[in-house]
Design a protein around this ligand. Structure first.
Ligand code: ADP
Length: 234
């Protein structure tokens, strides 16, 4: 594994294709570089390849051709164990429907990534408490996520995603299941994290979310980057 150089992009996706048997390629020679500190919104119609791109960046799938490098790691060459380790240490993921475990408390959910990566318990507990306080959900520490509002659940999911201090936070429609007030809170939370230096890749259908959160927006069409533009409103 090569160490990344300072001037290397955090994400370097080169000439990637992804074929799923029948039909046109889900990704058709896509190239995308993302620098540390960017908040990138990925837009595009359904079927344009957004989820496929996220899966390749997260090492959940492999490209048919081309390369995917994240934080100096050739993600497309990792085996299963190395890929799981890569995700634990370098990627935080936030999903539309939170993906929290309702048999566990809020704190236990947030601690999971630390336990999987072997972080010492005392350090993990301190980190979890710090995150819950920072995200304004410390009073729910011992509650089950199912008892919280959607916006609170998404904040728990963000806390969990940040537990291992990943260089990259990926959010897939993070406000898609929230009412407008909760959605705005989660948007502000993500914007604050990015302002503090957290690199963010956001997939969304919501143009206003992209406009208010992203420092750069790319639009995928037919598995390629059709447009790539800096934020105008942020
Ligand atoms: P988006 O996230 O933009 O809606 P996707 O990446 O999910 O787009 O899909 C891109 C294309 O790849 C679509 O034509 C979709 O049908 C196809 N596709 C995605 N995943 C699979 C899969 N597991 N098997 C077969 N085809 C797939």
């Amino acid at each position: 594994m090569n160490e990344p150089r300072n001037d290397d992009p955090l994400i370097d996706v080169r000439e990637v294709t992804k074929a799923y048997g029948h039909g046109p390629d889900a990704l058709a020679g896509l190239t995308l570089r993302v620098r540390a500190g960017e908040a990138l919104a990925v837009l595009g119609p359904s079927g344009s390849g957004k989820s496929t791109l996220l899966n390749l960046i997260a090492g959940l799938d492999r490209p048919t051709s081309g390369s995917v490098t994240v934080d100096g790691v050739r993600v497309d060459r990792l085996g299963e164990t190395a890929s799981a380790k890569y995700r634990r240490s370098r990627i935080g993921m936030v999903f539309q429907f939170f993906n929290l475990l309702d048999d566990l408390t809020v704190t236990e959910n947030v601690l999971l990534p630390a336990q999987l990566s072997g972080m010492p318990r005392v350090r993990a507990a301190a980190r979890a408490a710090e995150l819950l306080a920072r995200l304004g959900i410390e009073r729910h520490a011992r509650a089950r996520p199912g008892r919280l509002s959607g916006g609170e659940r998404q904040r728990v999911a963000v806390a969990r995603a940040l537990m291992n201090r990943p260089p990259l936070l990926i959010a897939d429609e993070p406000t898609g299941a929230l009412d407008s007030v909760s959605g705005a809170e989660v948007r502000d939370l993500l914007r604050g994290l990015n302002a503090d230096g957290q690199t963010l890749v956001l997939v969304t259908h919501d143009l206003s979310l992209a406009e208010s959160l992203a420092t750069r927006t790319v639009e995928l069409v037919d598995g390629r980057v059709a447009r790539d533009f800096p934020a105008v409103t942020r």
